[in-house]
Each structure stands twice: as C-alpha cells, then as structure tokens.
Design a protein around this ligand. Structure first.
Ligand code: SAH
Length: 362
C-alpha cells in the first residue's frame, strides 16, 4: 500500500502546519481536521469542500485513513466486534457495546500483546506491534460510522475503554496523543473524562499518568491478591510486585476528582483465585493501602485452549459478599459479546463466519 503521512492521528494544529508546508492557507488544515474527525470521512474524494487539485496533491503525500475492516461480527446482545488490519498487515480488534444510556467502544492499543497473562487469549499472539495514534483514533471512527452511518452524530454519549488487545501503558505516547486528538470539540469530542484506560500494572506509567492534566480514568487488572499467585497469572508482577503497584495506585488516588474512583479488575477463575480466603486477602490488601477503589469482578470468558473455567455464580456472589463486608465496593461485570469472541480476554484476531450487519437492517 502507498505510504504517506497518516492524517487521522494529527491534531488540528498539526494539520494546519502540514497544509502550510504544502503552501495552503491554515483554514484548509482546519477543514481537513473537521472532515476526518467530525464528518468521519475516510477518503479525500469525499472531501468535496476541498478543491479537486488539492485533493489530488494530498493523495500524493498523505493517507487520510489506513485501517481496513476485514470482518464484522454481531452478537445476540448487540455487541459488535471488528477485525481490522493495519496497512502493513497486522490485526486490530475493536468492540462496540451498545448500552441503554450510552455506548462503549473498547479499543486496542497494540496488535497482539507482549504480556503473558495466562488467562488471556491475546497473549497467545505475542506483541506484533504498537499502534499509532491514528490507528487508535481510526478504530473509534470506524465503529461509530458502522453503528450510526458516516458522520451521523451518535444519539447517546460515547464512552471509550482502552481494554482491547495490548497494554496501553506500553504505548503511552501514542495513547495520550490519540486521546488529545479525540478530545477536540471540532472533532470527535470525546473527552478524557469519558475514557477509562486499563493497565496490567506498569508502575512508572501509572505515576506519570497521575501528573497529566485532563487524563482518563484508570483501571488496574489485578487477578490475584498475593504476589505468589499473581506472579503465576500475570508475569508482569515479577517486575512490579503488588506492594509497588498499590503504592503507585495510592499516589494516583491522591489526584482523583471527588467522585472519581480507581477500578480494580479481578477476573474470576474457577478454583484458582476465587476462594473465600482470596476474597479476604484481596479486601485486606486494598484496606491496608487505604484504597477507596471499586473492584470489578469479571467472570472468566471462555478462552479455549486456556485451562480455565469461569467461577460459579454462587462463588462470585460469596466473593462479592466478603469484599463488601470488609467495606470494599464491588461490581460484577456482565459479559458482553461472548458468542462472537468479543468479551474481555477473547481478542485473538479470531476469524469466524462474518455477519453482514447491513443485511439485517442494523
Ligand atoms: N493490558 C491491559 C488492557 C487489557 S484489559 C490490562 O491488562 O489491563 C483486558 C481485561 O480483561 C483485563 O482486566 C483482564 O484481566 C481481563 N481478562 C483477560 N482475559 C480474560 C478472560 N478470558 N475472561 C475475562 N476477563 C479477562
């Protein structure tokens, strides 16, 4: 595919400078920004408010969009999964989750993932490469265009979660850049307050994010209450063990807004991390660090060939009760899109029978 400057990851100011280097006036840069980010156009041909001659010159040096959609899958619960490809052939997955009052788009920060969490299918891909800011922004544009039609404003608010494939904090600069671009009121206008980023626990980046103004909310994937078990399930724990991780969380907590809370995600693995003792250890750990966090219990999503099973409902309830009895806020996350391999931990670039969502009037 033809190379060229990728425009969809550029801020409005950068696009202005870019067109100026082409000898064009600043307003053309703003026009292109609005075409990409507000009207969500993905080709220069559609930008009919630009002179044809400029569109031709742009096409020689730049690319408005670079991802292609390979397949789309529609879940019986309305969740949509997109399997896309980068211009150099790497898989990117995005999930659109409609909810009553708002929609959530779960985006990927990397193609594959370098972390080796034993319960997550993405780990099996290994790290293919980190995504550019443009490739992150484009995932949102593609999902919104598919759900609502090109350029149509979403009827409900859009929340973003950085919980797709990859470790967002190992692609920190591109991640923050994409969030700045998406926050522009002349563009997508999805502000960081509507975004939650999940990390497996890259401690230096947690501390760095705490210093960013206008930052997204933070979620931490915990999965175990002791170093012994966490080392086994999430090998990144050997690099940054629980004590260091929770100290960083405590630092981060100091920067939270009054009604903002840190989230801890805890995937429930039958017979592995879901005993009453684990629940007590988890509550004690959070309380010892005086963290006023919220815990999201996530029943394990089937991920053949991984050797895990979801905890029984009663086990999850019991676990929740114990945490609550010790003053911890708990929420049990309902799985979405399991039937199309769109749920947490299921993103492994799986192919299947693509469902043409246009043909069913969606
Ligand atoms: N690397 C980041 C972003 C991915 S978020 C992180 O680890 O936070 C993906 C979330 O899904 C994590 O909270 C992880 O614990 C959870 N998860 C992974 N595999 C899962 C599975 N098979 N079932 C349920 N949740 C899973």
């Amino acid at each position: 595919m033809k190379q060229g400057q990728e425009l969809v990851g550029m801020s409005r100011e950068e696009l202005v400078s870019f067109v100026e280097t082409m000898g064009e006036p600043a307003y053309r840069g703003r026009q292109i920004f609005a075409a990409l980010q507000h009207r969500r156009l993905r080709s220069f041909d559609e930008m009919t408010d630009l002179p044809k001659e400029l569109r031709t010159r742009l096409a020689e040096v730049a690319r408005p969009a670079t991802l292609t959609v390979e397949s789309r899958y529609l879940s019986s619960d309305g969740t949509r999964r997109y399997l896309m490809k980068t211009h150099d052939g790497f898989p990117v997955e995005t999930v659109f989750i409609p909810e009553e009052r708002r929609d959530t788009i779960c985006f990927s920060s990397q193609s594959g993932c370098p972390l080796q969490c034993t319960f997550c299918l993405t780990a099996q891909l290994g790290l293919l490469r980190s995504l550019t800011a443009g490739e992150i922004v484009e995932q949102i544009i593609i999902a919104l265009n598919d759900a609502y039609g090109v350029g149509n404003q979403p009827p409900r608010g859009t929340n973003l979660v950085g919980m797709g494939a990859g470790e967002p904090f190992l692609n920190f600069d591109s991640l923050l850049k994409s969030l700045r671009v998406m926050a522009d009121p002349q563009g997508l206008y999805i502000v960081p307050a509507r975004v939650t980023i999940s990390t497996a626990g890259i401690v230096p980046r947690i501390l760095e994010l705490a210093r960013v103004t206008d930052r997204p909310h933070l979620a931490i994937s915990l999965a175990a209450p002791t170093d012994e078990l966490r080392n086994e399930l999430m090998p990144i724990n050997k690099r940054w063990p629980l004590e260091q991780l929770l100290k960083a969380c405590k630092e981060f907590e100091k920067t939270l807004k009054p009604n903002e809370r840190l989230t801890f995600e805890y995937v429930m693995l039958d017979g592995v991390n879901d005993s009453e003792e684990h629940a007590r250890q988890l509550a004690n750990l959070l309380n010892r660090h005086d963290l006023k966090a919220k815990v999201n219990l996530i029943p394990h999503n089937p991920a053949e060939p991984l050797p895990y099973h979801p905890s029984a409902d009663e086990t999850v309830d019991r676990f929740k009760d114990i945490l609550e009895s010790k003053g911890v806020h708990v929420y049990v996350r309902r799985p979405r899109g399991r039937d199309i391999f769109a749920a947490c931990g299921q993103l492994a670039a799986r192919q299947g029978t693509p469902i043409n969502i246009n043909s069913i009037g969606a």
